[in-house]
Design a binder for this molecule. Structure first.
Ligand code: TXA
Ligand code: MG
Length: 336
């Protein structure tokens, strides 16, 4: 199968995408967070195709994506009072809300859970695609399972060339890390995966917001958080101190390797003469650059060395979560 990257100059690309979706095919599309790998959420076969293409564990549920005007009420059983206020404040945008499900979409979407995760992306490319199909589109990030999430159409192509017919190119993703996943089934909203919409931002609207931590040995509420994730395909090391990173760098060089250091601007300023991939200085910039730099790092380095950024404001909780997991410094109870 030929994989076509369709930019905005490709007229009729959304009509083409709609036809593929109706035929049960999988189509990749731009969102403001990362690229998604989408299929008709009502179709068992189409949803199963996503799992097969990604090599995704069968117990890791998918998010359903809908356009701004799509009526989600047939899909969800109930909605707590705070959810309406959150939708008004943050949607369309990088917030995924988990509701009690009516079970109308394919059972493979939620992998046996009685909840459904719904997201309304703000990307104009995603909105145009979702409006054209006018269906809930189940979509994980468009990377092979465990690999770094894609933030350009080229990244998707690298993982799925000849495996999917179409990539709807909307340019580089401005957000850069996946959406915040928020459990909206309880009295107080609870973050299952941190992202660009922060706990503080949610609490300011909903009055309160909890952060979920799976207890040791417990199956996490958001099963994706249990798996090794976001991993570059080279050896990695992770440090909190620049001096330790320098030592690892020299050791790798002496062994004949090509080390590279991924770090914030502050650390980069102390690393003249070293091969460095610079994340930036603020949470928003680091989120935007992280995945592209991890994918760059795996291409140029035998050992990619991460230094923990200093910044803690804004969306840094999400950035640190992805970075630690990419470097194997933090992951869930099991790996796949
Ligand atoms: O920004 C995003 O969310 C991107 C773009 C494409 O929209 N999508 C994305 O999907 O990151 P994925 O499949 O890579 O991650 C979905 C996460 C997983 O951690 C999964 O376990 C969790 O959402 N999830 C999905 N449905 C859930 C549910 N019903 N209850 C709890 N967690 C759920
Ligand atoms: Mg993913």
């Amino acid at each position: 199968m030929k994989t076509e990257i369709a930019t905005s100059s490709f007229r009729g690309r959304f009509i083409r995408a709609k036809r593929y979706i109706e035929e049960g095919e999988v189509v990749a599309f731009h969102t403001e967070t990362v690229y998604g790998l989408g299929a008709n959420a009502f179709s068992d076969e189409a949803v199963q195709k996503i799992f097969a293409l990604k090599g995704r564990p069968a117990d890791n549920p998918l998010i359903v994506h809908v356009h701004q005007e799509y009526d989600i009420s047939p899909l969800i059983d109930s909605e707590p009072p705070y959810a309406g206020a959150l939708r008004k404040a943050f949607l369309p945008g990088p917030l995924t809300m988990v509701y009690p499900s009516t079970g109308k979409v394919s059972k493979y979407v939620s992998c046996g859970l009685n909840t459904l995760a719904i997201r309304v992306p703000s990307s104009p490319t995603a909105q145009a695609f979702l409006k054209a199909v006018n269906l809930p589109i189940a979509a994980p990030s468009a990377n092979l399972s465990k690999h770094v999430s894609p933030v350009t159409a080229r990244h998707v192509f690298e993982d799925f060339n000849e495996k999917i017919p179409l990539i709807l190119d909307g340019g580089a993703c401005s957000g850069g890390i996946e959406s915040t996943v928020l459990d909206c089934t309880g009295e107080v909203p609870q973050i299952l995966r941190e992202g660009l919409v922060t706990r503080e931002m949610i609490a300011a609207v909903a009055g309160d917001c909890k952060l979920y931590h799976a207890a040791a040995g417990e199956r996490p509420k958001s099963p994706g958080m249990a798996y090794k994730h976001y991993s570059p395909r080279c050896r990695t090391a992770y440090f909190t101190e620049t001096e330790a990173a320098k030592a690892a760098y020299h050791e790798e060089k002496e062994a004949g390797g090509t080390p590279c250091i991924l770090c914030d601007s502050g650390a980069a300023a102390q690393l003249g003469g070293y091969e460095v991939l610079e994340l930036g200085g603020t949470g928003e910039v680091m989120a935007q650059r992280l995945y592209a730099l991890l994918r760059r790092g795996e291409k140029i380095a035998t050992l990619l060395i991460g230094i923990e950024p200093q910044e803690r404001e804004g969306c840094m909780a999400g950035v640190l979560n992805r970075m630690r997991r990419a470097f194997g410094a933090e992951h869930g109870t099991e790996e796949s």
